[in-house]
Design a protein. Structure first.
Length: 453
């Protein structure tokens, strides 16, 4: 059943192999987001701000997806590690059943708040109008990604990152080709503007979901056959959600944080909002290696925890930290030394470049802490307890929110004050996560180590 046994062999090799596939996927996805903002940048700062504002709802999508995907990957990987393949298949199938239900609920709710969200956070009326237009095709595209994310996580749990990576890369390539055609009306003579950007996303996601589903049904034995296999098993759903919900809430906090920052920047006009949107997409590049390593380490930790191999769990964390810090160091220097050039690749507006460079300079200082926190999160996910990660995020975002609100009453308040708070908050989160990880490892792994003596 397991596509790859992660309970033996070199941990470093497993981590690099899995992370490489995931990094390729993330690189292509981030490349698309950068190309997308490049094309949208030709439509003006209001269009950039609208796409940035609309795209922030991806964090709400991730919150819903993570609530299921993290729990599914953890339980499936642990079952695969125990070599209990019947249970792994049952978990795999039930995760897809719940994912489809969540996608339908997400679709209805997002359409319900589309207008309110756009009007409340946009810097001006034109940005609000463009945001509403952008979200029309973007909301169904987001809903379709819930089954796609959960299916990818389930495959990752059994050690298969290649299949999902190929499907997602192909989907993004379709998006890259379609975006300028639909935005500017190349060939058709009917430019769609920001709607073209989100319509390209919808078409590409449809292709990706369809292709991956066909592959899993025809080429694997992961999904159980028959209508009875898809009948909701609430007990299994609750097990998955219990593990994944803290991660989902953590992503929900990030969605709140992004919305909060957009609201705080509203008083300064559309330029800082556009700069924040561009800056966050550039920041994604710096976070990609750590994200790839973190997701991969969770699967390795899960299988080895299920197989009762505590030494390999500890070694996985050590490898993940080293890889994350090495990659983050490079981007930390790049963001600090050449921020204006990086922002200038995607916007020729001098105000957007100014605020974007300011954002990258400040945010470069907390990259190292952020990737160390992510390495801790990979272990928490693999062990099946994501509450400690949530606790750290609550403290970090709560710190930024409270102090930003207090400081916003000062007459000299400026956007970079928020970025300075973010640096302090990330260090605080790391100081919380490390002892919590030590405690969790001692609680989960010490009994295994004692029994082995």
């Amino acid at each position: 059943m397991a596509a790859r046994d992660l309970t033996s062999g070199s941990i470093g090799a497993h981590l690099l192999r899995m992370a490489a596939f995931m990094l390729l996927t993330m690189f292509v996805q981030t490349l698309y987001s950068l190309i997308d903002i490049f094309w949208v940048g030709h439509l003006g700062r209001d269009a950039v701000a609208a796409v940035a504002l609309g795209s922030n709802l991806m964090l709400a999508l991730m919150a819903v997806s993570q609530s299921l995907a993290v729990g599914a990957a953890a339980l499936i990987s642990q079952a695969a590690g125990r070599k209990d393949f019947d249970e792994a298949r049952r978990l795999f199938t039930q995760s897809q059943s719940l994912a489809i239900l969540l996608a339908l609920v997400f679709f209805v709710l997002m359409y319900g708040v589309r207008g309110l969200y756009s009007d409340a956070l946009a810097g001006n009326a034109e940005v609000a109008r463009l945001t509403r237009d952008f979200l029309l095709p973007f909301i169904p595209a987001m809903a379709l990604q819930i089954p796609l994310f959960v299916l990818s996580a389930a495959l990752r749990g059994v050690g298969d990152v290649r299949t999902a990576s190929i499907a997602q890369v192909a989907s993004v390539l379709v998006n890259i080709v379609l975006a300028p055609v639909l935005i500017f009306g190349w060939g058709s003579g009917h430019p769609l503007g920001v709607v073209g950007a989100s319509l390209a996303t919808l078409i590409s996601v449809l292709a990706g979901v369809f292709g991956l589903a066909i592959h899993v049904v025809r080429r694997t034995r992961f999904l159980l056959a028959g209508p009875g296999a898809w009948k909701p098993q609430v007990r299994i759903w609750l097990r998955m959600v219990r593990i994944g919900l803290p991660s989902g809430l953590e992503m929900g906090l990030m969605a709140f944080y992004m919305g909060f920052v957009m609201a705080m920047l509203q008083r300064f006009g559309s330029a800082p909002q556009a700069a924040f949107g561009v800056g966050m997409r550039v920041l994604q590049v710096g976070m990609m290696p750590a994200m790839a390593v973190t997701f991969s380490s969770a699967a390795i930790v899960g299988q080895n925890y299920g197989a009762r191999r505590p030494a390999r769990v500890r070694a996985t964390f050590a490898h993940a930290v080293k890889l994350n810090l090495t990659a983050a160091g490079f981007f930390c220097l790049a963001f600090h030394l050449a921020p204006t050039m990086l922002i200038g690749l995607f916007s020729n507006d001098s105000q957007v470049q100014y605020y974007g460079a300011q954002f990258l300079r400040w945010i470069s200082w907390n990259l190292m802490a952020m990737v160390a926190v992510m390495a801790c999160g990979g272990v928490f996910s693999g062990l099946g307890n994501t509450l400690p990660s949530l606790a750290g995020s609550v403290v970090r975002i709560g710190f930024i929110t409270v102090f930003a609100l207090l400081l916003s009453t000062h007459p000299g308040f400026a956007p970079h004050w928020i970025w300075a708070l973010s640096v302090v908050a990330s260090l605080l989160q790391l100081a919380i996560n490390l002892p919590l990880l030590r405690r969790e490892m001692r609680r989960r792994l010490r009994p295994m180590e004692t029994a082995a003596v």
